[in-house]
Design a protein around this ligand. Sequence first.
Ligand SMILES: NC(=O)c1ccc[n+]([C@@H]2O[C@H](COP(=O)([O-])OP(=O)(O)OC[C@H]3O[C@@H](n4cnc5c(N)ncnc54)[C@H](O)[C@@H]3O)[C@@H](O)[C@H]2O)c1
Length: 381
Amino acid sequence: MMANSCGYTIWLRRSQNLLRLSQLQENMISGTHRTHSVRNYKVSVVGAAGGIGQPLSLLLKQNPLIKELSLHDRTNVKGVNMDLSHICTATKVESFQGEDPASLVDALHDSNIVVVPAGMPRKPDMTRDQLLGANGEVAISVSRAMCAACPKALVAYITNPLNTVVPIAAETMKSLGCYDPKRMFGVTTLDIVRARTFLAQRLKLDPAEVNIPVIGGHAGITILPLLSLCSPKLCATPDEWKALTHRIQEAGTEVVKAKAGGGSATLSMAYAAAHFVNSLLRGLKGESGVVECSYVASDVTEAAFFSTPLELGPEGIKKNLGLPKMSDDEKEQLKKMIPELKTSIAAGIDFAQEAICCAKIAEAEAKAKALKKKNDKCKKK
Ligand SMILES: NC(=O)c1ccc[n+]([C@@H]2O[C@H](COP(=O)([O-])OP(=O)(O)OC[C@H]3O[C@@H](n4cnc5c(N)ncnc54)[C@H](O)[C@@H]3O)[C@@H](O)[C@H]2O)c1
């Protein structure tokens, strides 16, 4: 494991761009965004009619870099499309609805970025395996459709359990011969958005002035906010540090409890995802120094997928900036999370392998059936 203080310096310098999207939106609202010439990209949202999908699509409809917004959902997406299409920005919106793979392929055709908030949120009585059973299929169907419709697109998964969903998608794309690890991301931006907010409250500052990297994964102890690198510096007792770390790791539960059965974080997640997509777009158009933390294929730890600061570019990940310099306590927390991450990743690989195997059997059965039909026809003649 290599401490990379240079990477962290770049991270600090660049992470001021976190609020850039809102500045962009302010400009748009005040009418100062005459940026038609840069409106170049097609972004698709899979799960666009959901709790995250709708506000995310609303924010993306306002992004001046997006030429075309393609919305896909199993249900109810036509109304979302009609509603958004009345907003007076030049982004063209279209929608595709249905469970059949063809509707997804049509939606994703020639996308530059695919964002995936499809799938159900975890319910209080649900085990991780049950959630994986429900949402693992999303990663498989999106991967298959992307290989057919937009193999060079960047894909950003939001669907939970994220630590497992991204490995499922990677394994599926690998089996189809169209996997590029530089183009696949698990969105962990909400952990950073929350860390900045909570630390700003503690430091009595505007969140725009606070920076902190959050590394690892996106569940419980795999979320590791590096409080020792908080800028401005955080002076607190060890107990306070522990409490802040715990709050950031369990912030999703605060929202689930407050919504009392009405779902999980949707609005803050939409904000975080819209920010992340904007950073991907800035990288695509060749802007230099765009840095984000994201859960990606990685060799900086023993876990095959891990979130560290990444420099983004026209091909997705330009450079993994590696592990920032950590305190001894943070190094200990990192050690503790690795077995959990490895288990989640292994579960994803198993899930994908099983689906690949089933798909091969189904394909062989279909071929055998077709052959039998042909033979029967010949015999009759
Ligand atoms: N990464 C994060 O930080 C983070 C934060 C919050 C929530 N989440 C996750 O995001 C996901 C969505 O949450 P939500 O609150 O928007 O849920 P939701 O139930 O409100 O919306 C999900 C949408 O996905 C659609 N959908 C489901 N399967 C689909 C498929 N195969 N193809 C197309 N559309 C499909 C549903 O019809 C629905 O409209 C959940 O898995 C949740 O756990 C992630």
